[in-house]
Design a protein around this ligand. Structure first.
Ligand SMILES: NC(=O)c1ccc[n+]([C@@H]2O[C@H](COP(=O)([O-])OP(=O)(O)OC[C@H]3O[C@@H](n4cnc5c(N)ncnc54)[C@H](OP(=O)(O)O)[C@@H]3O)[C@@H](O)[C@H]2O)c1
Length: 253
């Protein structure tokens, strides 16, 4: 397994039956445990042993203490976050929009008009936010998360620097299955288990085993796993919804 600390990791909750992720500009469900997982995963840095990996040498004093992860999202996802919760706290928020007036109307926000530029900026921040603690002999390494929506996921998944996909796979209860009309979808992943060739041009993915998810700091930091994976289970039943935390790794091309 690679250790992709500067890659772009996706976090998404999608319906198991059709990969639906959105309805009318909002989430299709309200899943408290999944929201907690999302918040903790995207807020927590990796705790690595000291000294830091070569790719993270810090040239200047840290700007952020504790270090902050970076979340990148499309303009509509930003607008779908309730006003009182945005910007997402404890994380550096970056928004994508091609519309120059969105940027001029929101001068306090960090807005980029291409994913390339947003990721270049995010990586420059990573250099500044990695924090070493010689006393505990640890290094805190922040990461970059792509948090939607559909076109941003699709673009990221096709990139060679796509890292993990943290997918919450949601089974809807029967009444919701009949009555939910999704209007935003995740692209299908081509997994090594399901197909031997890449059918959709986005590359191939390997689904991680439970042990690789629960016991690897570089996948899910221990502090997150301890709180979110009760009794080391990746499955949750909440409010009629059955869902499972899955992680996929992009295989190099
Ligand atoms: N289930 C989940 O985990 C999850 C996660 C996130 C979002 N969602 C849901 O998904 C829906 C929102 O997603 P969406 O797919 O409709 O919209 P979105 O991707 O959040 O936003 C689309 C907008 O982002 C900008 N954009 C996208 N890619 C860009 C790029 N490469 N460069 C520059 N700008 C770019 C454009 O903004 P401009 O039009 O301003 O140019 C575009 O119109 C909501 O229903 C939300 O609740 C669900």
């Amino acid at each position: 397994m690679t250790v992709p600390t500067t890659k772009a990791h996706l976090v998404v909750a999608a319906a198991e039956h059709n990969a639906g992720i959105g309805v009318n500009g909002a989430l299709p469900w309200r899943l408290k445990a999944d929201m907690r997982y999302f918040a903790r995963l995207t807020s927590s840095a990796i705790t690595a042993s000291f000294p830091i990996p070569a790719s993270h040498h810090q040239s200047q004093p840290s700007l952020y203490s504790p270090p902050m992860n970076i979340v990148i999202m499309g303009r509509r996802t930003w607008e779908s976050v309730p006003l009182k919760f945005r910007p997402l706290k404890g994380r550096i928020n970056i928004i994508l929009s091609r519309n120059s007036s969105f940027k001029s109307q929101n001068p306090d926000l960090t807005v980029f008009s291409t994913l390339d530029d947003a990721l270049a900026h995010a990586r420059s921040l990573l250099q500044l936010t990695t924090v070493q603690n010689p006393q505990t002999q640890t290094t805190l390494i922040p990461r970059i998360f792509i948090i939607g929506g559909a076109s941003v996921y699709t673009e990221t998944i096709a990139r060679p620097d796509c890292g993990y996909i943290y997918l919450t796979s949601v089974k809807l209860p029967a009444d919701k299955l009949a009555n939910t009309t999704f209007d935003v979808f995740m692209p299908p992943l081509t997994t090594t288990a399901s197909l031997s060739t890449d059918a959709n041009g986005i590359g191939q993915f390997r689904r991680l085993a439970t042990d690789e998810i629960i016991n690897n700091e570089y996948v899910v930091p221990k502090a997150v796993a301890e709180v979110c994976f009760k009794e080391n289970s990746l499955c949750v039943f909440e409010d009629g919804y059955d869902y499972e935390y899955q992680v996929y790794e992009k295989l190099s091309e």
